[in-house]
Design a protein around this ligand. Sequence first.
Ligand code: IVH
Length: 669
Amino acid sequence: MSIRTEITHLTLLLEEYNYQYYVLDNPSVPDAEYDRVFQQLQAIEKENPELLSANSPTQKVGGIALTKFEQVTHLKPMLSLDNVFDTQALNDFMQRVSDKLIRSETTFCIEPKLDGLAVSIIYENGILVQAATRGDGQTGENVTENVKTIANLPLRLRGENIPPLLEVRGEVFMLKAGFKKLNDSLTQANEKTFVNPRNAAAGSLRQLDSKVTARRPLAFYCYAVGVFEGQLPNSQFERIQKLKEWGLPISEEVKRVVGNTDCHAYYQAIAKKRPRLAYEIDGVVYKVDDISEQQQLGFVARAPRWAMAYKFPAEEAVTVVENVEFQVGRTGAITPVAKLKPVFVGGVTVSNATLHNKDEIQRLGILIGDQVVVRRAGDVIPQVVRVLVDKRDQKKTQQIVFPTSCPVCHSPVERIEGESTIRCVGGLYCEAQRKQAIKHFASRKALNIDGLGNKIVELLVDHKLVENPAQLFSLSTSQVITLPRMGAISAKKLINSLQICKKTTLSRFLYSLGIREVGEATANNLANHYKTIEAVKSAGIEDLKTVSDVGEIVAKHIYYFFRQEHNNEVVDKLIAAGVHWPKIEGINESELPLLGQTFVITGTFTNMSRTDIKNALQQLGAKVAGSVSNKTSAVIAGEAAGSKLTKAAELGVSVMDEAALSILLKTDS
Ligand code: IVH
């Protein structure tokens, strides 16, 4: 094979790999294979510089730096788009189009509105010869060297019937992932970061040194044909598909639809998909599909009458921080919240934004009274993106001061080493944490109180019936019945569950107290180590650290929990209310005969409800699971049991009926 043939062969191979990867989004070879061919071509070109082509796939690394960009006059003006912001205005547009074309329904080519910058790229006989920015629409800047470095853009077109002259127009943008990476590396290098992918794309495209551009993760999608010589289909949609055939990248979201209903449905669908797209979009573009119809409709001022951008609501807006308040969260974490002058952003009115913690406040350099950019994208919590320091009025701003005690219960706050959050140490005593603490106390792995879901806890606390877990045990049926939407049966059931749950284990009890960082496993280790609640209560930090899995931080959490008088009060009251557990040494066959066994309950039963059965099994130390696995000891099957029974048979798990169950529970007497 001659060197020339070899170069052609390797070039075609790389062009094919690029096409599959970037345009079809369907790579056919591993990256390593691509790199191998690329390096091979590079090596040959290095040895034979006279054979190096400007359009070689190796030439995407940039060249000599420019001193300035040349001006380029566009062959045909680059227009802009009119905008609408609601469905009514979009309907009006579609109505105008239909009226003008004298037809009831129009076919539209619908495309995402890419959030980057418009460029015009000219191919002569399939070779990229010029690229320019939009500029003022008449003249732009010659950015050919920079555009040539964009990875997904072919330097040479492929396929059949390529027009001798073809101007494609489209958007240069940065993928969200690439943007994040770029900013991370700029941060690492102590350089200024970009505010958003659009700015990053613009900044990268306007580099005089194309070697810098080459290192930036830019991408390009076509959305239109400008001037051309030769034949093209008479439809926007088909033209875009044709561009794809010739190796040009297009967005996979481009669709052709007929009529208003589908036009609106597309907007809704893409708005929903937006957070998951790899690139930023700021709306949807509706274009009359038929090119003759486009010509019939013509232009007004700088925008075509046949196209319309339906923009998403702006995701960023400027407003003022009127105050900063401190909210106490579920675990006592105290979060600074910026109280904003209400502003419409991301489709809703926003008046709060979380400031997370001290570190974030420092990072933002934010003061009360500052003007800030807030952002709300999709259904994400509003964020303060940055402070407009230039607009700061020293006389009207003031420092944010962190509280030294809990704003709700006035307990001391602590800042744990290595954490940037401050917390109220009030625990069960702090009103803000009360609901959460009671929910945790009642949860499945804690005291497992059936019929005491989150909603009921909220109601109980809101109606001042309960302030802490201990008070649950003084509730009467007549009190519970007074809650909204609470029937007599559910009320009775709850009171009954509260009786049943009193019999527990020390491990569950310790877990139920909601001590920070004390999960199921730690609670279990503590129980086994200390064996009595008194011993846990009086243990010192160093001693606690000898318990398996308990480190310095956890030890401190436990120690300080029991140094809060109100926590001890609740513990004592719980025990006084009758919460009890077998002595640790006393855990034997007679107390918890089903310890270590797991049951699955399915079907309906005659003498007991499924909840009753579950409680009864758990009281004997068993676990009750929701699905059958090879860890299941037995499936308890009532009438009309279904798939779980089949599964048990498949896995060879034993099955018990109601009669067998009642023997197990010794309730048949
Ligand atoms: S068509 C005559 N299609 O939006 C039509 N523009 O607001 C001219 N843009 O300068 C543009 N995505 O930078 C068109 N699918 C799309 C687009 C799109 C983004 C940008 C483009 C243009 C601006 C006009």
